[in-house]
Write a protein that binds this ligand. Structure first.
Ligand SMILES: NC(=O)C1=CN([C@@H]2O[C@H](COP(=O)(O)OP(=O)(O)OC[C@H]3O[C@@H](n4cnc5c(N)ncnc54)[C@H](O)[C@@H]3O)[C@@H](O)[C@H]2O)[C@H](O)CC1
Ligand SMILES: [K+]
Length: 452
């Protein structure tokens, strides 16, 4: 899967140290970071006057470098410092900035552009209340607020907010994204996240889910080679109807649903049958769970089949022991309640919890929410980019399950199919707009596919 790399603070420091050990002075890294911050500020905020808040560490050091670059470009820039720089690199950066540096406090005057260089990946605890008060006050009247690496108060690895944090329009980060840029609640405070390459070698299996690269249609293909999705209907046919329509619109060549009674309103292209022959070798992916209700035998039936399968909604509640999924080539799509009921409260951030669940079950786990992460037992993690809040409505999970099943049936391996569907699901919601219902979301899938 393509997508921007994501590293925890510790792995970021290791990448930085490896570069330093290879002869790259930390000042060079800081110079590149600060220059990138200045460039992004000019592009995002135009040549308005700038106030940079500098902390005592290297986050502050980036700020002094950015101040120098902005001043060199003729932009009026002031620096308000939280004490003197403590790290050698920050002292170096401070010494190279010839402008005024005032002490950050209640008298610090506002500016149209505010850049937060107080704390980044070195944050250890919540900011002092009076500092939070100044940060919030100075951000209130700024027209543009920019965070250096992270909003100060955002915990880099968990995405928790250790203190009140203003909403930033832009976050400029270096080398790799951090989990906080793509996990709630910190994700909501970052605004647009720009990643600056500062010359670090980054190697990671954790990535932001990028635009998917789907296989082209085979001109010699037929409906089976384009992917047969076989869905198992349960007590509430409306949910499986949404899933099957979503699967068909996601490019499955043939969508079939086993149902004990005819489902009204389903497009004729979706074949309804009263049998469930799941050892049909032409099946590309089975879908069970949407609208299933309390019929555990449907999950048991699905688990007798060798075909890949998407286990969603009510079926997750019937799994019982995650070990049942080992060897099933399954994709599990829990929201937080379903996740905790099946796996319990796991340690670590949401991504690490999803990875642990993937390892315990052998399944690819799509841990849904306003921040969705996809984890594979082989260690890969995909973090979804921000998706519209209006996805929080009935039936959108059914649509996602159908999209995953279709892309799996089209031949993408499980992790890639799940990541691609999550990305397309978010874009389809943007296209459908804030008043959408799940049916509109399914209808917007072709337009989302055209975005690639
Ligand atoms: N990753 C890279 O390749 C580069 C990162 N850069 C920038 O460096 C910061 C990380 O710098 P660091 O000095 O480790 O920590 P911070 O500047 O985030 O924190 C400063 C310092 O402050 C102390 N501290 C922590 N929390 C608090 C608190 N709540 N109140 C008071 N003091 C606190 C603690 O001792 C910290 O060490 C990274 O974010 C990037 O912006 C490099 O400049 C470029 C390369
Ligand atoms: K910061």
């Amino acid at each position: 899967m393509s997508g921007r790399p994501i590293l925890t603070a510790e792995r970021m420091r290791a990448a930085e140290q490896a570069a330093i050990d290879a002869g790259m002075p930390v000042e060079t890294l800081m110079e590149r970071a600060g220059a990138a911050l200045a460039e992004a500020t000019v592009r995002f905020g135009a040549p308005l006057p700038v106030l940079i808040l500098c902390g005592p560490g290297n986050n502050g050091g980036d700020g002094y470098v950015a101040a120098r670059h902005l001043a060199d470009r003729g932009i009026r820039v002031r620096v308000a410092a939280l004490g003197d720089p403590k790290s050698d690199a920050a002292k170096w950066a401070r010494s190279k900035f010839n402008g005024e540096v005032e002490q950050l406090g209640a008298e610090t005057g506002r500016a149209p552009i505010l850049i937060d260089c107080l704390f980044g990946t070195g944050l250890k605890k919540a900011l002092q209340p009076d500092l939070v008060e100044q940060l919030l006050r100075l951000s209130t009247d700024a027209s543009v607020c920019i965070a250096c690496d992270l909003p100060s108060g955002a915990e880099s690895d968990s995405g928790e907010l250790l203190n009140d944090v203003p909403g930033f329009g832009l976050t400029v980060t270096f080398g790799a994204l951090k989990p906080a840029h793509r996990l709630m609640p910190a994700m909501n405070k970052c605004g647009r996240v720009v990643l600056a390459d500062i010359g670090l070698a980054i190697d990671t299996a954790w990535r932001e889910i990028g635009r998917p690269d789907l296989p082209p249609l085979d001109p010699a293909g037929h409906k089976y080679s384009r992917g047969l999705v076989h869905a198992l209907a349960g007590k509430m046919p409306g949910a499986i109807a949404l899933s099957t329509v979503a699967a068909a619109r996601s490019g499955a060549g043939y969508v079939r649903v086993s149902t004990s009674r005819a489902i009204d309103g389903l497009p004729s292209a979706i074949v309804q049958t009263d049998t469930a022959i799941l050892d049909d070798p032409r099946i590309g992916c089975i879908l069970v769970g949407p609208g299933m209700g309390e019929i555990p035998q449907l999950l048991t039936l699905a688990l007798t089949a060798r075909a890949p399968k998407v286990i969603d909604a009510d079926a997750i509640g019937q799994v019982g022991d995650a070990e049942r999924l080992r060897g099933q080539d399954a994709i599990l799509t829990p929201h937080s309640g379903e996740f905790v009921r099946l796996f319990g409260k796991l340690p670590g951030n949401k991504a690490e919890q999803a990875l642990e669940a993937a390892c315990r079950s052998g399944a690819v786990v799509v841990y849904k929410g306003p921040d969705t992460v996809v984890a594979s037992p082989d260690g890969r993690i995909g973090f979804a980019p921000p998706a519209p809040a209006w996805l929080a409505s009935a039936g959108t999970g059914d649509v996602l399950a159908g999209m995953i099943a279709a892309l799996r049936a089209r031949g993408l391996e499980a992790f890639e199919a799940a990541c691609a569907a999550v990305w397309l699901h978010g874009r389809a919601a943007e296209i459908a707009g804030p008043h959408m219902i799940a049916d509109d979301l399914a209808a917007a899938i072709p337009a989302a596919l055209d975005l690639r």
